[in-house]
Ligand binder design. Structure first.
Ligand code: NAP
Length: 443
């Protein structure tokens, strides 16, 4: 697809002229929580937000730091650090995933909790924003060590989670098996089975059909809606996906099955590229045998190092791994028409400005990857009612919420002549500000 045709088709680029005058910032702060606060400032200025509300929203409600002692298989004791943060419970109980990764720290969890508040508010779900994490490389643990770590972490945070307090879910490095252990510990302590304490559980114990694929499905519904606005065919698109886990893998598979050309995918070991497109189903089978993409030799695919991966030429670039992937260090080399943010916080605010300046459309994380929390919400209400929906209902309600939210964001971006990110933030923050105003500040 030619960049020229694209540029003619894009309505949202009205801002470009003005932003050309912007100078490239010299430095950027890679701390995700500083990033999250900077995003609030940008939008607060745009919407003329009451300074008291801005001050309120730049703080998290509570942060719990816990030590998690684990007896390792060889008899040694390791003590891991874990967190659970509530950014806001003004609009309902906290909701957000749990991350197991060696890079987890308090500021990362605070940022992720803040982004969850915006996401839930943008979708108008009756939920607040929360997040948790443990600083650990789960790949270095045996299954038994992972289970002991998860069970002890759950016991440590038990007083701040619960179906009407805060409902965790999977994120990077965690999955449905870990959610099952969390649900079990919580239920054992409370003396009855309480499936609604976590979402993303196995279906047999109160999980929802369609939850595992929900974030990837949501990304698809949003990019499909944008492509329709631009009068373009998704089946003609070329796509590059960073991160081949739950989000990136599912999205790549959906697009592959829809006939689009997935040029490249990557995991922690690097990426694979083919100008004719990759066979995503084959690569998913490979990944599911716990094998890294760099070791895949069944086809003649080209190996691409992670440093160069995001600069591959494509129509749609999908960062679906971790934060801070598009930054001042590589933004000039980004070679796509649309960035569809699968991960949370993959673009720094400084790089975001430059993408805007270059006429690249960014579909922001709080909109693009909101399908996961949407179906988590469906799982939560199914658990409360003990009545489970069929996949058709899940996917059609998901599609309706994602497409309507996209439309709302898109229309506002045109009306106010702002980016999709700014429009999404204005909607989310306005809803939250109104809730704070109605409830008042205690006491
Ligand atoms: P995941 O299943 O653990 O997958 C993460 C993927 O990213 C893996 O392929 C991983 O490779 C790869 N990766 C990690 N670090 C990388 C790096 N530095 N360079 C390239 N690839 C890297 O996690 P996920 O659930 O898909 O989550 C991905 C992102 O989406 C996160 O930002 C998460 O917060 C966000 N998100 C997730 C959901 C959800 O429902 N799961 C919902 C909304 C947003 P290895 O497997 O080889 O380590």
């Amino acid at each position: 697809m030619g960049r020229k045709i694209y540029k003619e088709a894009i309505v949202i680029r009205n801002e470009i002229k003005d932003s050309r005058k912007l100078k490239k910032p010299e430095r950027e702060n890679r701390n995700p929580y500083e990033m999250a606060k900077k995003q609030i400032d940008i939008v607060a200025k745009e919407m003329n937000l009451d300074v008291r509300i801005t001050k309120y929203l730049k703080k998290v409600e509570r942060s719990l730091i816990v030590s998690i002692p684990v007896v390792m298989d060889n008899g040694d004791l390791e003590v891991f650090e874990g967190f659970r943060v509530h950014h806001s419970t003004v609009r309902g109980p906290g909701k957000g995933g749990i991350r197991f990764s060696p890079d987890v720290c308090l500021d990362e969890v605070k940022a992720l909790a803040t982004w969850m508040t915006w996401k839930n508010s943008l979708l108008n779900l009756p939920l607040g924003g929360a997040k948790g994490g443990v600083c650990v490389d789960p790949r270095k643990l045996s299954l038994k060590e992972l289970e002991r770590l998860t069970r002890r972490y759950t016991a440590e945070i038990i007083n701040v989670i619960g179906p009407d307090i805060d409902i965790p879910a999977p994120d990077v490095g965690t999955d449905k098996r870990i959610m099952a252990w969390i649900m079990d510990v919580y239920s054992m302590q409370k003396g009855r089975s309480i499936p609604g304490v976590v979402t993303g559980k196995p279906i047999e114990i109160g999980g929802s059909v369609g939850r595992e694929s929900a974030t990837g499905m949501g990304l698809y519904f949003v990019i499909d809606a944008l492509y329709k606005k631009l009068n373009l065919e998704l089946s003609n698109a070329t796509i590059v996906v960073q991160g081949f886990g739950n989000v990136g893998g599912t999205f790549a598979q959906i697009l592959f099955e829809k006939g689009a050309t997935v040029l490249a995918v990557s995991d922690i070991s690097g990426g694979l590229y083919s100008k004719d497109g990759l066979d995503i189903n084959k690569l998913i089978k490979w990944r599911d045998q716990n094998r890294l993409l760099k070791d895949f030799t069944e086809e003649d695919y080209i190996f691409v190092h992670n440093d160069e991966f995001l600069t591959l030429d494509c129509d749609i670039l999908v960062p679906a791994a971790i934060e801070n992937q598009i930054s001042l260090s590589n933004v000039d080399k980004i070679n796509c028409e649309i960035v569809l943010e699968g991960a949370n916080g993959p673009t720094t605010p400084e790089a975001d400005e430059i993408l805007k300046e270059r006429g690249i459309i960014v579909v922001p994380d709080i909109l693009a990857n909101a399908g996961g929390v949407c179906v988590s919400y469906f799982e939560y209400i199914q658990d409360i009612h003990s009545y489970f929906w069929k996949l058709d209902r899940i996917n059609s309600e998901l599609e309706s919420i994602m497409v309507n939210t996209f439309e709302e964001v898109y229309q506002l971006s045109i009306k106010r002549n702002v980016s999709l990110r700014t429009a999404a933030y204005i909607i989310a923050i306005s809803r939250l500000a109104r809730a704070i105003e109605l409830r008042g500040i205690f006491p």
